[in-house]
Ligand binder design. Structure first.
Ligand code: HEM
Length: 174
């Protein structure tokens, strides 16, 4: 799971096991910062609301050479923004070390990563949602030992997404 990063609660949560230190900076994977980085990376690659909520321009404006007339419906592609090579080195690689020493997280303070949107119409439930994701993830790791079947490689896992009110995995894991 996650390119070999985490496969059990031991790695996720226990600071005192031999498997505890996974991050390059020697921080135990189970500490608060590491959990935040994990949620950040998940939301970077798979924002559940990839096009955010549509905006409408209130007046003519120019954004980096693109003229946007007044009253234009504007969609912001958070999915693509989270994968822009101009912002991210190897964006699709699940490498949490990239966030060490970086101020970027999922809260929308940096436009390179906006899974909850940004600004005054950004998601008001960021803290609640992030806590629920962390809790769900922790319970999944606590209750199961995760492994791919039949010698399958994580690269063979179909991560294709399907659209709906929110995005979800197209092929189920079972
Ligand atoms: C992983 C969970 C969630 C994600 C990824 C998410 C993401 C988003 C996004 C991208 C937007 C649009 C922001 C924008 O266009 O700038 C939004 C808006 C909103 N979200 Fe969430 N959300 C989540 C959970 C929740 C939950 C649990 C609630 C309520 C309990 C909630 C309530 C809202 C509301 C009310 C808005 C509209 C805000 C406005 O238009 O002013 N969200 N959310």
């Amino acid at each position: 799971m996650f390119a070999g990063y985490v496969c059990s609660w031991d790695r996720y949560h226990c600071n005192n096991t031999s498997m505890g230190n996974v991050c390059a900076d020697e921080e135990p994977i189970g500490n608060e910062k590491s959990q935040r980085r994990m949620v950040t990376k998940i939301l970077q690659l798979h924002p559940p609301t990839p096009l955010l909520i549509p905006r409408k321009s209130v007046e003519d404006c120019d954004i980096e050479g693109y003229f946007i007339p007044s009253k234009t419906r504007v969609l912001l592609n958070a999915w693509a923004i989270g994968r822009q090579p101009v912002n991210w080195v190897d964006p699709e690689v699940f490498r949490l070390e990239r966030f060490i020493g970086s101020d970027i997280d999922y809260k929308g303070q940096d436009f390179a990563l906006i899974p909850f949107g940004a600004g005054r119409r950004g998601c008001p439930a960021i803290s609640f949602a992030a806590s629920v994701i962390e809790l769900a993830l922790a319970n999944l790791l606590l209750c199961f030992d995760w492994a791919l079947p039949n010698g399958m490689n994580h690269k063979d896992l179909d991560m294709t997404e399907d659209s709906g009110l929110t995005v979800h995995k197209k092929t189920l894991c079972y």
